[in-house]
Design a protein around this ligand. Sequence first.
Ligand code: HEC
Length: 281
Amino acid sequence: MPTHRISLPGFILIMIAGLSPAGADVGPTLDALRGADYMKGKQSFQSRCSACHTLADSSGDIAGPNLWGIFDRVAGKKSGFTYSAALRDAAFPWSPARLDAWLADPRGYLPGNIMGIPEAVPAAERLNILSFLMIETGAVDWPRPETNFADAQTDASRPPSERFPSFWNHLMFNTARYRWENAAAGEDYSFDAYFKTDGTVVTSEKRVTGFWHITARNFFCYALTGMPVGVGHMVECFPVAAMAIPRFAEELWVSKPQPGVQLHGGMIAGRPDWVYGGPAP
Ligand code: HEC
């Protein structure tokens, strides 16, 4: 009977979908995705994903693959990108439901994947990110909102806490740990710095203080004085975008503020009370 022949492949497909990694057939509905908040999705994508992924057609791969057309392609198959075996061997096409399940459980979904995001993405943000991604990777032609949000970030009349919320919360409420190393001069000096919302910097060394500001090109620049090493002061700038993804580790970056010096920097969660005006150590 012809009907049986026709219905069998459909039945098998449903079976395969049911057996593939969790979350294949549950997830946000199309209506929920269509009604999601594009601007919030964009903001979440920028703070959580954009350091590793471009979206536009034929943009390059960075740490992660370019995502144009992601909802039309089989996982782990973009040519020119080197995937983990976990993703390379995944045989399913990406759907919003599957991506939703992955972002909800970055390690447990597809064990062995090498997408190093520090934490699960909360459900409310996932819906907005997925909707934004569907629009920006060409999966749907839903209209973008009228407001030109791209420019929330470059609108200098808005405070940095609104323009760069992720960066702001990370740097202004945690501890930046530094190690100044100049082997030739025999210098090996560690201190903690606390960037404060009023534009000043205090450190674990009473006499080392400083200030910071964000330039028109969105570089975060800071100066420290009173240091017992080098010429006694230093200035550094880095793009705000470089800290778009909050990470904690003793050593996250190394810079060369002065000839012969390696300045190791990292972020430690939290900061002591005295930074906010309590008794200094
Ligand atoms: C630290 C870098 C990094 C961040 C941040 C990151 N990704 Fe990834 N992403 C990767 C890497 C690396 C891979 C390939 C993983 C593998 O091969 O196991 C990947 C793979 C993917 C894939 C599958 C691509 C394919 O061709 O199958 C999607 C979809 C994806 N990421 C979406 C996101 C989203 C959405 C976010 C933000 C919530 C995000 N990623 C954040 C690095 C990152």
